[in-house]
Design a protein around this ligand. Sequence first.
Ligand SMILES: NC(=O)c1ccc[n+]([C@@H]2O[C@H](COP(=O)([O-])OP(=O)(O)OC[C@H]3O[C@@H](n4cnc5c(N)ncnc54)[C@H](OP(=O)(O)O)[C@@H]3O)[C@@H](O)[C@H]2O)c1
Length: 241
Amino acid sequence: MPTYVITGSNRGIGLEFIRQLVQSPDNTILALVRNLSKDHSDLKALANDKTHILECDTSSLSSIRDFAKTARSTLGDSTKIDYVINNAGINLSAQNSSLQLAPDDLLESIRTNVLGPAKLVEFLLQQGVLSENVRVQNMSTGLASLKRTVDGEDRMCAGYCISKAALNMLSAHLAVDLRKAGLKGATVIMMDPGWVKTDMGGKSAQLSPEESVGGQLKVLQGLKEEDNGKFFRYAGDQVPW
Ligand SMILES: NC(=O)c1ccc[n+]([C@@H]2O[C@H](COP(=O)([O-])OP(=O)(O)OC[C@H]3O[C@@H](n4cnc5c(N)ncnc54)[C@H](OP(=O)(O)O)[C@@H]3O)[C@@H](O)[C@H]2O)c1
């Protein structure tokens, strides 16, 4: 009876996670959205009686803290979270190179793409709702690979890539720190979902959300403890750091 938490579940890749996870009646799903008062009809149309649509603005520490408390009260004392999918993300000033970084956009990207995932895990740990074998998937991108960036000719979305490379480093730290904190089988990975047709990926992207998320779930659900700290692509191969 696994329990999942997915941030940014109202559209794009996050919504597709919900669509695939509700297929299994065993799954309890905490489907997180930035603002509950917005229209979430697509998400509500998918939800079943084990899907809890809850608010979590990953750019706001108070919102993340409130969500962690709500997770505790929603799940009760005996149900623990088995999977945390830090999916919510932003790509601001995508056309800017490293010589044109927009300070406010870079700081907002770090806040949402790095601090949000970090604090979500930290506050859920504090609430005692993470399973001892929790799997944490931080949504990265192949564009955050230092090796690929150094080896390749093209550079794009500089601020976004900087924030996702920082998310990768966060993951490397969390992989050790969660186990030190007592979650002996905790396994933290980074995921490159491929180039996916969503608002962020655009219409020219290579993959449907179905194909990307189908692959990601296979990787996530098949993780072993020795996969802790690895950087996977949706198809199961590894991305060079
Ligand atoms: N699509 C791709 O090709 C691709 C490639 C590599 C990596 N990724 C990563 O995959 C993840 C999902 O991407 P996507 O393509 O599905 O993007 P998307 O279509 O732009 O959807 C982004 C999701 O993140 C949510 N979000 C953004 N900021 C938030 C905040 N402060 N609090 C709560 N939710 C927030 C959005 O909610 P709102 O509706 O409220 O804005 C939305 O649900 C991102 O982390 C992205 O960086 C995507």
